[in-house]
Structures are given as C-alpha cells and as structure tokens.
Design a protein around this ligand. Structure first.
Ligand code: 4NP
Length: 172
C-alpha cells in the first residue's frame, strides 16, 4: 500500500519568532495527541527577515514548555516563492500577514492563503502580535492558537489511520 500524501501546512507571522512557531508547535501537539502526526507536514515562516536563523522568542518557548511542547529547536526563516508550491495551506496569524502573503503569492496560490482563525473557526479575528507586550500576551496567543488548532485538526481531512482523504478543494 502506498503512503497517503501528507497535508502540508505553513503557519506565517511577521517575525517567525513569536506566533507562528507557537502555532506550528501547538498544532503539531494537537495532531500528535490524536495519533495523526504522520498525516501532516508542518512548518512556519515570517514575512519579515529580521530574525533569520533565530530560535523562537524565549516567551514563546516558555509558554509552549508550560503546556508540554518543545519549540526551542525551531529556527526563523522568511517565506519563499517555493512555499506557495510546497504547502497545501498557508495560514497567516493576522490580516496584515494575509495581505502580505497575497501580495507576494504567485497567481494560483491565493486560494491556499487564509487567516488562521477564520479558516479554523470561521472567525475574522487576528492572533495579535505579542512582541512588544508582556508575558500575558503570550498566554493569550497560546490559548488562541490551541483553540484554533483543535478546530483545524477536526476540520482537515483525516488521512491518518487509513481514513479516506477528503477532496483537496475542501481545504481551500
Ligand atoms: P511574530 O512577532 O510576528 O509573532 O514573530 C514579532 C516578532 C518580531 C518583530 C515583530 C513581530 N520585530 O519587529 O522584530
């Protein structure tokens, strides 16, 4: 039997050190809890290049660790043109991330690009940038990405465990 194709998801924020690494790690934890980690290929990236090669912000690492998730080995990178080919879904944390993704995307790619909370939960709500705030902002971000990750995991076609895959068009 041939392996079913993985669903690839790219989480995107501005700096790729606060929100999107936390979203990648949290969604990864949710699908692992459901025994579906092998069905997904996950990554994160930023639309900005200030922090290339950096580990996530220590406040993101700390809130993830408090919930049993290690994101310390992630390294920041910038969104590339290839990402629009490689990933099935590209989820921006806020509307400015989504606007920037749509601006730089090749013509066929915009249907892959969504606001994370809108795609997951049907809410036109940003995951707010916590970079210049205090630790409570990171706790808020964690709660938002955890709730959205649970919704997203329930929504994406279950390709793990022999379940039939959904139509790719149902994802976009
Ligand atoms: P992120 O947060 O987009 O959630 O990674 C930010 C991190 C760094 C900066 C802005 C936002 N910065 O301006 O350096």
């Amino acid at each position: 039997m041939t392996a079913k194709p993985k669903i690839s998801v790219l989480f995107v924020c501005l700096g790729n050190i606060c929100r999107s690494p936390l979203a990648e790690g949290t969604f990864g934890a949710v699908v692992a809890e459901r025994g579906a980690a092998d069905a997904f290929l996950l990554d994160s990236a930023g639309t900005g290049a200030w922090h290339l090669g950096s580990a996530p912000d220590p406040r993101s690492i700390a809130i993830a660790a408090r919930h049993g998730v290690d994101i310390s080995r992630q390294r920041a990178r910038k969104v590339t043109a290839e990402d629009f080919d490689r990933f099935d879904l590209i989820l921006g944390m806020d509307r400015s991330n989504v606007d920037e993704l749509r601006r730089i995307a090749p013509e066929a790619a915009p249907r892959k690009i969504h606001l994370f909370l809108d795609f997951a939960e049907g809410r036109q709500t940003d995951v707010p940038d916590p970079y210049y705030g205090g630790p409570e902002g990171f706790a808020d971000v964690y709660r938002m990405v955890r709730t959205a990750s649970e919704a997203l995991a329930g929504k994406l076609p279950a390709r793990a465990g022999g379940a039939e895959s959904g139509q790719a068009s149902s994802m976009t």
